[in-house]
Design a protein around this ligand. Sequence first.
Ligand code: COA
Length: 326
Amino acid sequence: MLRSRITGTGSYVPEKVLSNSDLEKMVDTSDEWITERTGIKERRIAKNLQAASDLGIEASKRAMHSAGIKPKDIDLIIAATVTPDMPLPSTASLIQGRLGAKNAAAFDLNATCSGFLYGMAVADSFIKTKGFKKILLIGSEVLSRVTDWEDRTTCVLFGDGAGAVIIEPTGQNRGILSTHIHSDGNLWDLICLPGGGSRHPASKESLKDKLHYIKMKGNETFKVAVRTLESLVIDTLKANKIKPSQLALLIPHQANMRIIQATAKRLNLPMDKVVVNIDKYGNTSSASIPIALDEAVRTDKIRNGDYILLEAFGGGLTWASALIRW
Ligand code: COA
């Protein structure tokens, strides 16, 4: 049976660190509140000249290096992002050009924080049904550009970064076992960035009303996220007839430590089987899972044959999961 498999991982985060104590000087907050309510201690901030493609290119080079492939080998580039360099062309096209991946098709995918796993679902089916051989899947975000640094309810949450994987076909009984994607657009206004599109194009009013920043109803989102992720992870394992005790690792989207803990608890998983880096990077939206995956691979947390569950939840609303046998 033809499956697809991750053959290389890479990630990149900007050097500049913004700590909770730095934020204490910017808004009415405290390290204690942020740590207790979110698990975040610091996040990375891109340089002024760095956009999503710049971060994505660094992560992609590392992923290609780990898979042992060259840019010209790639036949498709998917960039999951909510902070593209510009509305058009796509960030994937910019990355394709600058990498010299001249044989690759390229497009962006916006499924907010679930974007990387939506992209994995697309890559998996393109490999199985369309004969693609080497897909570069990237999650890259510069959320600091769309963060309202005067709004303490959101500015403590987000950070910048990028992660990437190479996905290739395999005839072995391993790789991506299943992907699951969902959405509920009726709850679109729990997390949104209203300005800059065709509904509220950039104008003096949109700037004055701060429409170009992320708005989030945090507490309502939190409750839906916990409930939704609990059933998502159980359903994903059931679909593969896998028991939670067979899981080697859970790699969750890093939005809130309490959400991560609730999901782990539902699976009866000890926290040493959960990849957590929210303390270092905050919520990097579509980049969070590929960064966490790359760190897990590079610190030898993943062995061949391991069952790994990936899950995400975000604006849209969207939620998604994937079960992988490494
Ligand atoms: N520092 C100090 N106090 C803050 C604060 C901050 N940075 N941000 C909010 N508060 C205050 C609020 O004003 C509120 O005060 P009040 O009780 O006087 O009105 C109080 O803290 C509680 O706010 P609340 O929003 O209920 O907190 P919370 O426990 O829900 O935590 C989040 C807020 C955002 C951390 C949490 O709701 C969350 O993580 N939500 C989900 C995020 C998510 O999953 N997103 C999806 C992917 S993007």
